[in-house]
Write a protein of this length. Sequence first.
Length: 189
Amino acid sequence: MRLKILRFGKDDNSFVLAGGTTQMRYILSYGLIVLLAFTMVARSQERADEQFTQVTGYIIDIQNHEILLSASPDRQPPMWFSNAPSGLEIGQQVTVIPDAQGPVALEVPSHLLAKKVTVLAQSSDHPSKLTEQEAVRQAIRKVVFPYYAIEDVTYNSADAAWEVRVREWVNEVFVSENPKTTRTIVVRE
């Protein structure tokens, strides 16, 4: 059955569809499917935007006003951030707010534009002569993995040494609990 458009007078631009209830169901079904698809795309974009609202990690390299943050234990990949302020140093733990409007290179490590970089305060409740930053910087020199997460940084007062645990990052995932890919680096005073 065909849809018929019935008009009300010459000046009235409104119309009523008559007949074709099966066709109307198809039209309404397709309209709902399209609306649902747009809603799902919008929600996935919101989640993607929320994913990188802020990133925390240790600075493991600095080149030409760009900083490389280590991967993190919560599965955040290593990332380069350009537009970093001067005065940052390797070994510092920082929180970076990426510029959502800036360009994004999606390889690993990804390249993003930094909107704001905040250096996190270090714990001083240990008797060590080395700061956490200095211990991390010394440990980084001993890491043999190209990309890695700094999973834990602790001071062992019994041994008077810092312990920096790192895990290799390969192909966008952490390698399992294999002893060859997880390493604790001891930094003595």
